[in-house]
Ligand binder design. Structure first.
Ligand code: NAG
Ligand code: NAG
Ligand code: NAG
Ligand code: NAG
Ligand code: NAG
Ligand code: NAG
Length: 245
């Protein structure tokens, strides 16, 4: 911008043609660099979502005619992008009757902040590639048919504030690694098939405001005795549990 302005001021001194050519070279160089920077991972995002679309059953045709390479990925239904970089920052496909597994390519949506796949029929195990999504703040997978253990790589996602996997078929124990989710505010693991002890260290997460574990086969103690609750979990206001203690 500035160089353009500067050159225009210099018009008086310079020969008009030389100046115009210089301006053209400068601006086209910038344009090429900018476009290359932007399109590279813009295409990765589109590719990831097209793979996603290919892999799921979409009985209501919500995505079929909408997620097409002829329109910008940012205009696709359920997709939100950042204003400047035009990269996908949120994916919200809740309540679309979708069925299938999450392809590993979703792990390439490197600027994703929010992933909401709730109220569908997704099954299988969330792919480990999702652990690359370091910017995630919201992970909402509730009301699906995901199975296997709660992935321990979730512990890598330190910015996540909401981890909601209610009403799936997750089994096994609650992974210790969740303790590493140092920004976690809401954890909902209710209505799964989890068993074993609740790792007491989870209650030491100072950010935690709400933990919901109902309808599992969990055992062990929850520090419900106010006197014993460390200062930092004093704000655990909505503790819901139906576990045998
Ligand atoms: C896809 O859906 C969005 C949001 O509903 C809409 O604005 C857009 O026009 C649709 N695009 C196509 C190609 O149907
Ligand atoms: C996803 O969309 C639904 C319906 O529009 C909305 O209720 C929900 O809050 C959204 N999820 C997120 C994480 O913003
Ligand atoms: C995206 O992810 C898949 C699977 O994880 C990988 O094979 C592919 O090379 C990645 N990169 C791009 C640019 O799509
Ligand atoms: C583009 O995305 C890929 C896959 O997520 C990542 O490995 C690569 O570092 C990204 N490149 C840039 C320039 O952001
Ligand atoms: C938490 O993260 C640290 C540092 O990355 C790692 O050494 C530790 O094993 C993790 N804890 C658990 C329980 O996974
Ligand atoms: C609202 C809803 O879908 N609830 C389901 C939660 O999961 C149990 C099985 O674990 C179902 O019986 C409920 O219908």
């Amino acid at each position: 911008m500035f160089s353009g302005l500067f050159l225009v001021i210099q018009l008086k001194i310079m020969n008009i043609t030389t100046c115009f050519l210089l301006l053209l070279v400068l601006s086209s160089q910038c344009l090429i660099v900018c476009l290359a920077m932007r399109t590279k991972n813009h295409t990765t995002d589109q590719f990831a979502l097209l793979r996603f679309k290919d892999q799921i059953v979409d009985p209501k045709n919500v995505l079929r005619n909408n997620w097409t390479s002829s329109s910008c990925v940012c205009k696709w239904v359920g997709v939100s992008c950042g204003v400047i970089h035009e990269r996908v920052t949120a994916l919200n496909l809740s309540n679309m009757d979708l069925k299938g597994t999450i392809p590993p390519h979703v792990g390439n949506l490197s600027l994703l902040h929010s992933l909401d796949l709730s109220n569908n029929h997704f099954y299988g195990h969330p792919p480990k590639e999702l652990r690359q999504l370091h910017r995630l703040r919201i992970v909402q997978l509730s009301f699906n048919d995901f199975n296997g253990e709660i992935p321990s790589w979730l512990g890598n996602l330190r910015r996540v504030k909401m981890l909601l996997v209610r009403n799936n078929s997750f089994t096994g124990t609650i992974p210790q690694a969740l303790v590493n989710m140092s920004n976690l505010e809401t954890l909902d693991l209710g209505s799964n098939q989890l068993f074993g002890h609740i790792p007491s260290s989870i209650f030491k997460l100072s950010s935690l405001e709400e933990i919901i574990l109902d309808n599992n086969e969990l055992s062990g103690n929850i520090p419900l005795n106010i006197g014993e609750i460390p200062q930092e979990i004093g704000n655990l206001l909505n503790l819901e549990t139906k576990n045998p203690i």
